[in-house]
Write a protein that binds this ligand. Sequence first.
Ligand code: DTR
Ligand code: CA
Ligand code: ZN
Ligand code: ZN
Length: 314
Amino acid sequence: MKLPFSGRALAAGTVAAALLLTGGSIAGAAPAPSAAAAPDISLASVKAHLTQLQSIASANGGNRAHGRPGYKASLDYVKAKLDAAGYTTTIQQFTSSGRTGYNLIADWPGGDTNQVVMAGSHLDSVSSGPGINDNGSGSAAVLETALAVSRAGHHPTKHLRFAWWGAEELGLVGSRYYVNTLSAANRAKISGYLNFDMIGSRNAGYFVYDDDPAIEKTFKDYFAGLGVPTEIETEGDGRSDHAPFKSAGVPVGGLFTGASRYKTAAQVAKWGGTAGQAFDRCYHSSCDTTSNINDTALDRNSDAVAHAVWKLSE
Ligand code: DTR
Ligand code: CA
Ligand code: ZN
Ligand code: ZN
């Protein structure tokens, strides 16, 4: 039976309550939820990661694609930051299209490992460009959120796990490999998976995945608090790394600022920008560089990533 995010927490809680009633002891009983709010995620820090990813692409044939030196250099950059911040990192290796691919998994020590909240993004680009919006933006926001958890010495009730996927552009290969190689028991421990793929599009829209209701509400409430209207994400089913988790019955959600579809006049009225133009006109192109980022969208979405990680793991 597929439980929604809120239901999984409740189920875990119910078991805990049952044990208490029977006098059973629960090692690590969940403390009262912390009211701590997520810190502001610095746009400058997120953009500093994008500058590094741009430099990596420039030094490696102009891309960070699966199986190319730029991808592994990107992974090594992210891993070094996380290792220095106290994460337990794991590199998962796989093969796709005859080339070696890598996922990076980073566990934050502590929390109830029977309730794992995951946040992830694909780190690979297409071979035609550096992939700064697609998907340096999601990767940098997830990285900076993970670093903020460490800087804050934050220890939520649930266990936090962050992931950077390989070979998404070849068909969700890395995330599918991760989900398919999880045991059923470990898969059932994942309370929810949050996906961030393209969250800084120049002609940005603010789209929230309409999958798990509790996760969707967390994002929509956050943007409502900013006075930013959102729309549900309609083109994404099966088109990014949340799909393998959803197929496995894990509650999923995420954010998206748009790719090659055109922004409408009605959307311009909500969000500004340019009607009749793609949300990201450098989608899968060589011009997807650090100049292809909307700072306001990247900042708002980075803060939304942190808000959801704090809120859904408390
Ligand atoms: N498949 C992603 C871009 C993408 C296109 N539509 C959606 C919807 C939701 C998330 C991502 C996407 C890529 O090219 O990496
Ligand atoms: Ca911010
Ligand atoms: Zn892409
Ligand atoms: Zn992408």
